[in-house]
Design a protein around this ligand. Structure first.
Ligand SMILES: Cc1ncc(COP(=O)(O)O)c(C=O)c1O
Length: 460
């Protein structure tokens, strides 16, 4: 397979089919760096610009229709623009209530109560992005413990905030580089890297840095690191070690929260973190995120906290925006009330896709393995990653493998396969993406048929 000519050919076909998107992108380049505000959305040669999104589908500026597995950065568990949320918002706006007022509002109280009943925490405070939620979590942990070091998992993405911008990508030296300029001095030595799901490495890090560690932050289901669930014994050991050394355990559930069941996955594992960061799904399509935790830690963002330990987790003109709170409330209520119709169904579709893709590619002679597999604790995984393996590897188990071009063909996964699936009417991400309750069985089957055609072509 000649990857270069395959990619060139796909780009040519893509460009022909997306004249209007190309034109919009050209104009955007004049005013915006790389033509937009979020680099992930601006894939090469230029992104498709959506004009209408409903359920599983997206229509772009050129009138092309796509079945979408990107689904709003995996936030849209009910698909695009679910009617229940739109109707609630329309009614709310018609009552001249929808825009920001600067008053606390009742919906946030209701959403707080609803979420807290589903997770292991005493108090919750809302903000507007997953990035801010993890940043405030780390500030709380540092203030609470009066310590400086953050232990972070290699490959973990917690948003672009100063305390977690290290160890996301794989370099020759491993996953241990600071990945942004403009950070506070000394940030490199403040973040200690550990390996995902590696209990022994975690024990070593706590043995070495022990009493200096403010917290360990990790995703129980690692997202950007490759869609892999934590092992239960790893999380249990993480809980024990953080307790033993007086550090806090922070779970970043920005992706996993309400994605696999209506709550945090920490409840499925039976492990109570000190703090949990939520985002994505909890806003029902609006910008909502949250930090939840025990009374003692959360109290540090109170105006009554002692000055020397007070954490300025308090700003945000748009935090707990009333329309966002209503959207989140409507959405979460729906997820809870329809739990049995949503989660097992999308989990089953996820399993079908993972199995189907592996079988198809194997039958055409490729070594392809999927990630996103659930386990006996979190059974209903609706997220799928596709890994084109460059060497014989049985299963992908770590971010180190997923982002190592010597093990996974990243160009094939992120560029070529993406354009090949777009060509056939499917918008995928990291090899496939997230299945929502709006996707039908026949759409899922159609996506597998498209995969089969691609595998057949590539084989030729
Ligand atoms: C696990 C995780 N944490 C935090 C973030 C940052 O969230 P946001 O993009 O809403 O700032 C993301 C974003 O994808 C994420 O996947």
């Amino acid at each position: 397979m000649d990857k270069k000519s395959l990619l060139d050919d796909l780009i040519k076909k893509y460009t022909l089919k997306h004249k209007k998107s190309e034109e919009i992108f050209g104009k955007a380049l004049k005013y915006q760096i790389r033509g937009g505000s979020h680099n992930l959305r601006l894939f090469a040669p230029f992104p498709i610009y959506d004009v209408q999104c409903l359920g599983s589908k997206v229509m772009d500026a050129d009138g092309n229709m796509y079945i979408d597995f990107w689904q709003g950065h995996f936030a849209n568990i009910l698909g695009h623009n679910p009617k229940i949320v739109l109707n609630a918002l329309v009614e709310y706006f018609q009552e001249e209530q929808g825009l920001t007022t600067g008053f606390p509002g009742n919906y946030q109280r209701e959403l707080a109560e609803l979420i807290l009943k589903r997770i292991e925490a005493d108090k919750i405070r809302f903000t507007t992005s997953g990035t801010l939620a993890t940043m405030y979590s780390l500030m709380l942990a540092k203030a609470f413990t009066k310590r400086e070091l953050v232990v972070k998992v290699g490959g973990g993405w917690h948003g672009a905030q100063p305390y977690a911008l290290k160890g996301i990508s794989v370099y020759d030296q491993g996953i241990n580089q600071v990945e942004s300029a403009g950070l506070p001095t000394g940030v490199d030595s403040m973040i200690v890297m550990t390996r995902f799901n590696d209990t022994e490495d975690l024990e070593n890090k706590f043995r070495t840095y022990g009493e200096r560690i403010a917290c360990l932050i990790l995703e129980p289901f690692i997202g950007a690191g490759g869609f892999i669930f934590s092992h239960k014994d790893y999380l249990q050991r993480a809980r024990e070690l953080t307790r033993q050394y007086g550090s806090l355990l922070i779970f970043d559930e920005v992706i996993s929260g309400f994605r696999f069941h209506p709550g945090g996955v920490h409840s499925l594992y039976g492990i109570k973190p000190d703090l949990t960061a939520f985002g994505k799904a909890i806003g029902g399509g609006m910008p909502v995120s949250a930090v939840a935790g025990g009374d003692d830690v959360m109290a540090l963002c109170s105006p009554e906290a002692r000055t020397e330990e007070k954490v300025k987790f308090e700003g945000g003109t748009f935090s707990a925006h009333p329309a966002s709170m209503l959207a989140g409330l409507t959405y979460i209520k729906y997820l809870i009330e329809h739990e049995s119709e949503i989660y097992p169904v999308i989990g089953e579709l996820g399993a079908k896709v993972r199995k189907g893709i592996e079988e198809i590619f194997t039958s055409y002679g490729f070594n392809v393995k999927c990630t996103g597999y659930g386990n006996s604790i979190a059974e209903n995984s609706s997220i799928v990653g596709v890994q084109f393996l460059s060497e014989k590897v049985d299963r992908i188990t770590s971010p180190e493998q997923v982002w190592n071009p010597k093990i996974c063909d990243i160009e094939l996964r992120e560029k070529i396969f993406k354009l090949a699936m777009l060509e056939r009417g499917f918008n995928i991400f990291h090899g496939y993406g997230a299945i929502s309750a709006a996707h039908t069985g026949s759409e899922i089957q159609a996506s597998l048929d498209a995969v089969e055609k691609i595998a057949m072509e590539w084989r030729k």
